[in-house]
Design a protein around this ligand. Structure first.
Ligand code: NAG
Ligand code: NAG
Ligand code: NAG
Length: 259
């Protein structure tokens, strides 16, 4: 055994040792690190639901400001990208400003609800991605439309007129309706001449008040109150309709005005 070969082996092991400790050093100093992502909220959401299927739900009132910050770690510094649907670079989330990882939507509209993704990428490992859901709450003023079935074609003694007051309001979450007649709440079954029901074949939320065989007391002031039960601090909204001699005849007019 020559000492020359021992020296060679020693040198080789030494180099190997140097190389591995260099790698360990690099690793422990965190010079290279694959990205991580965390989303924090700094806007006006009225409710933040805790992680559900690893995704937070931010409830916000229409018109408020949504501000989400994407906090990333990693080296080299990851590129941050916000998208509204998964991976879709072309789907820019509406009227927003992007500033160093912050997604800011002022005066958020009902159409801007949905799922938002923050993706961080630095070429190491897999890109890190996080999503959240934004639920925009709103309640429009209800609209009353009036219909009547006019059975005057029938025999005079079989004169019958039924009036339908239909109330509809766009909202999220679904709206609850209350009908009042001269400030008195009309409940199901409280008056046999009145029927309250929800039609089957209409889109969105609507409620119909059916006044069967118009009676004297049916000539009154009606109010439809739409409510989402103060969700996100959104107040009830109402619309008024006055059924009288003029509006109660053929030329029914809806005098929609807010209370
Ligand atoms: C975006 O917001 C700005 C003000 O923040 C407004 O002037 C502009 O009309 C908005 N654009 C759209 C498409 O909503
Ligand atoms: C907010 O957006 C709505 C449309 O979604 C627009 O009508 C309204 O003027 C905007 N308000 C402000 C303060 O920009
Ligand atoms: C209006 O209706 C009331 C009862 O509904 C009736 O007593 C009154 O005569 C009517 N007035 C007119 C001008 O038709």
């Amino acid at each position: 055994m020559g000492t020359e070969e021992d020296e060679k082996m020693g040198l080789l092991f030494g180099l190997l040792w140097l190389f591995t400790s260099f790698l360990q050093g690099v690793h422990s100093q965190g010079v290279y690190a694959s990205p991580t992502v965390r989303i924090v909220h700094a806007g006006q959401a009225c409710n933040v639901e805790e992680e559900q299927y690893s995704e937070r739900v931010y409830t916000i009132r229409e018109g408020e400001t949504l501000e989400l910050q994407c906090l990333v770690t990693g080296h080299p510094r990851p590129q941050i990208r916000w998208t509204k649907t998964a991976g879709g670079a072309s789907d820019r989330p509406g009227n927003l400003s992007l500033n160093s990882g912050t997604l800011k939507i002022e005066n958020i509209s009902r159409h801007q609800g949905g799922r938002y993704y923050c993706k961080a990428e630095n070429g190491l490992g897999f890109p890190a991605i996080r999503s959240i859901r934004v639920d925009v709450y709103y309640l429009d003023k209800p609209v009353i439309t009036v219909h009547q079935s006019d059975d005057e074609a029938k025999e005079q003694f079989y004169f019958e007129r039924t009036v339908f007051l239909r109330c509809a309001a766009n909202s999220n979450p679904p709206v609850h309706y209350t009908w009042t007649r001269d400030r008195e709440v009309l409940a199901e079954g409280s008056d046999s001449g009145v029927e309250i029901y929800k039609p089957f074949f209409t889109q969105g939320e609507t409620k119909i008040l059916k006044l069967k065989n118009l009676r004297l007391q049916d000539y009154a002031d009606y109010t439809c109150i739409a409510s989402i039960k103060n969700a996100c601090g959104i107040r009830d909204r109402s619309t008024h309709f006055s059924l009288n001699n003029r509006t109660g005849t053929k030329a029914l007019r809806s005098t929609n005005r807010e209370n």
